[in-house]
Design a protein around this ligand. Structure first.
Ligand code: PMP
Length: 338
């Protein structure tokens, strides 16, 4: 018989897929690490598993305890999945810009979700960081993984994502590109690849325009899961050789191209990372191998990035493109077509 003991044993070992169309005119090989193949649908399953197992060993997480975490959704799904198998409760705190699709997924796994306003300072009592701290204090047997400061976050990538990439590329990877949210992915994977290649692999962070990593002040942007308005300790400031800032418009347009041209239905931070990877790859030669990590699937963004109406209302479609598509939607409705 061939089976896995539980969903937990399916975390990691995601595939690398070559980008063939959006790379037109580029000589370097550009490979995507497709993290939606994880059982919870994102890269965050890796950190969820490692943070929980470390907390069980240290005694911070007790049998039957409650996991409380501020998360934009993906970390929540990973935690909820692992928690369910191990008998813990989950309460998640999300900013209000997170899509309802994502929040409903967390609730489907049996987690409780508290939604907080995005447009307040991190110090404000209603900020999602402060609300989660209060919940930890008030809930008996509560444990907060704190992906922003938990060393197991970057360590999970140091021990899984990094070695996978080195093996999958047979040591030929020359550049690693990843979006930066907590900084765990780029710090852990980047450090491993630097060490194993003796400094040869270049590490590039992709960041939404306005976020602190690319010199901004934390101005709001719409790409979810990446960029910050503070410097988390999970982020190793020495690991990135370069940070590339990408606009919401470029990120979302590339996200749509990945679905249409590469058959990769992925999220907005994936489009952002690919824009950055292509900017790097443009200046490289045929022997270079660029790996870009795609954190999650596009399923959580159907009513945003993949909606013409939403894209047009934010000015992300060119005017003629937007008008033509919306006119098409109206005509179909009037004509009674689906
Ligand atoms: N993209 C998405 C959709 C995410 O949820 C996250 C995690 N916040 C990231 C990218 C960034 O990963 P990291 O936190 O490891 O920097």
């Amino acid at each position: 018989m061939q089976f896995h003991d539980s969903m937990i044993s399916l975390v990691g070992n995601t595939p690398l897929v070559k980008l063939n169309s959006v790379t037109e005119g580029i000589q370097a090989t550009v490979l995507a690490k497709v993290e939606y193949f994880n059982p919870g649908g994102s890269v965050k399953d890796r950190i969820a598993l490692r943070m929980i197992e470390a907390a069980e060993r240290s005694g911070d997480l007790k049998p039957g305890g409650t996991i409380v975490e501020p998360t934009s959704g993906n970390t929540g799904v990973g935690l909820a999945m692992v928690a369910q198998r191990k008998g813990y409760h989950c309460v998640f705190v999300c900013p209000d810009k997170v899509s309802t699709d994502k929040i409903n997924v967390l609730r489907a796994y049996g987690a409780e979700v508290v939604v907080c306003p995005t447009a307040v300072d991190p110090e404000h009592p209603d900020s999602y960081y402060n609300v989660s701290d209060r919940l930890v204090r008030e809930t008996p047997n509560a444990w907060k993984p704190d992906q922003y400061s938990n060393p197991q976050n970057p360590l999970s990538h140091y021990h899984s994502t990094g070695p996978e990439l080195w093996t999958q590329t047979d040591g030929r990877i020359t550049h690693f590109v990843a979006g930066v949210g907590t900084g765990g992915t780029i710090s852990g994977t980047g450090r491993y690849l630097k060490e194993v290649s003796e400094g040869r692999v270049q590490v590039i962070g992709a960041d939404p325009e306005g976020s602190v990593y690319s010199g901004g002040s934390g101005r709001p942007y719409l790409v979810e899961g990446v960029g910050e308005d503070f410097w988390p300790t999970a982020y190793d400031r020495d690991v990135a050789d370069e940070i590339v800032a990408v606009s919401d418009k470029d990120s979302f347009r590339m996200t749509r191209r990945l679905a249409r041209e590469e058959a990769l239905l992925v999220g907005g931070s994936c489009g952002m990372a690919v824009v950055a990877a292509l900017r790097v790859a443009e200046r490289l030669g045929p022997d270079d191998v660029v790996v870009v990590l795609l954190p999650d699937s596009g399923r959580g963004y159907l009513s945003k990035i993949f909606s013409d109406v939403w894209m047009s209302s934010h000015g992300f479609l060119d005017e003629s493109e937007g008008r033509a598509r919306i006119a098409d939607v109206i005509a179909r409705k009037e004509g009674g077509l689906p």
